[in-house]
Write a protein that binds this ligand. Structure first.
Ligand code: CA
Length: 221
């Protein structure tokens, strides 16, 4: 899952980048509203964490413009403490959720998780449970038939993306779009290696290869 973080407070942005990356998200951070507006319009993000008070173009203007352009990117707005007007304006402009500053790290992570699940039609439960696999996003572990497996950070990122898109053909370029940030080198061999790691843990049949098209998460029988 690839997130766009729009926050002009550098100390807070540093903290949030570390938090989000630790939780297995790929993050592009921008502080200027103009950069945020442009990136969010062209890059295939899974979610945007949007501070409303940004230099250049305000968060509200960005959000209104995206919605006018029918950009359905899930947006979690960060608002000033106690400002009910910001919350109302944010929701009116098309925000999916909001969080007043200051907030607890866990609350941000849980709201992001809930919003991502909701936008993919998955259940808002503690564990993401799809096609016979159960993913514990906090512990970054997966279980199948009661057996639990450790995941490396990159295996976790890939499996979470698969589990939010079960049964769909996912091309390597699409996977790369959602698993690497803007600056990253994209190497499709790395993806193949990761898919094989997951198969070794969970069973070969769990991820099907479609020649020339990509991969499909089939899950456990
Ligand atoms: Ca700000």
């Amino acid at each position: 899952m690839r997130l766009l973080l729009a926050e002009d407070n550098v100390a807070l942005a540093d903290e949030l980048c570390a938090l989000l990356r630790g939780a297995g998200y790929v993050v592009d951070w921008r502080a200027d509203g103009r950069d945020v507006a442009e990136l969010g319009a062209v890059e295939p993000y899974d979610l945007c964490v949007l501070d409303l008070g940004l230099p250049g173009v305000s968060g509200l203007q960005i959000l209104r413009k995206w919605r006018e352009q029918h950009n359905r990117l899930p947006v979690l707005v960060l608002t000033a403490r106690g400002s009910w007007t910001e919350r109302v304006e944010g929701l009116r402009a098309g925000a999916d959720d909001y969080l007043p500053k200051p907030f607890h790290h866990d609350e941000l992570l849980l709201r992001i998780q809930a919003l991502l699940r909701r936008s993919h039609g998955a259940q808002p439960s503690a564990v993401l449970s799809v096609v016979g696999l159960e993913l514990d996003e906090q512990a970054q572990r997966v279980s199948r038939n009661g057996e639990s497996f450790e995941l490396s950070a990159s295996e976790f990122r890939l499996l979470r993306y698969f589990m939010l898109h079960p049964g769909q053909v996912l091309s390597k370029s699409r996977l790369a779009d959602h698993l690497y940030d803007y600056e990253a080198e994209r190497d499709s061999n790395v993806l193949e290696v990761l898919v094989n790691h997951l198969r070794r843990k969970l069973g070969r049949e769990v991820i099907e290869t479609r020649r020339g098209q990509g991969y499909v998460l089939r899950g456990a029988a």
